[in-house]
Design a protein. Sequence first.
Length: 165
Amino acid sequence: MGLLSMLIPVCNAQRILTEQEQADIDTFLYLQAKHETEIKALITTDTLYLVDRKYVYAYKGYHISYDNTKVIPLTSKEKQTITDAYKEGTLGISVNDVVNYAAIPTFYTYLFVTGDTFILSYNYGIFKYGDFEEYDVTISNKWRQKVESIIKKYCPDSFSQSEQY
């Protein structure tokens, strides 16, 4: 009994987090809450639009724009697929988004938008919210195939040609 009573306090002891570890946890919790807010925005929107990558313009100043006369309305089933893919994806914190976005050429980026208030970029199985964010959402191959089948349906020319646009 003496040995067991000596082990219990040791097992219950918690390691004190470093300042950086606590900051990382706080950042993740903050970004997770933002991600959940974005999911709610997707769920509650009436219409989700797709923007073909040939009408998307990425600038190195953390800004993405698009030709808003070229938006394609998605069906409610397609909107649900995009929402589910985003919701089921894995949240990842980007360490240096300046490099990440600067390295993504314009022709790789499709957008899902609800107007000027919500812009979700899609690039080879990875979603990013807004013009420039601290994190991304990576989706599984199952969801990637579903999302890309929607893109292929509406944007067959740009999807089949990797660098033309």
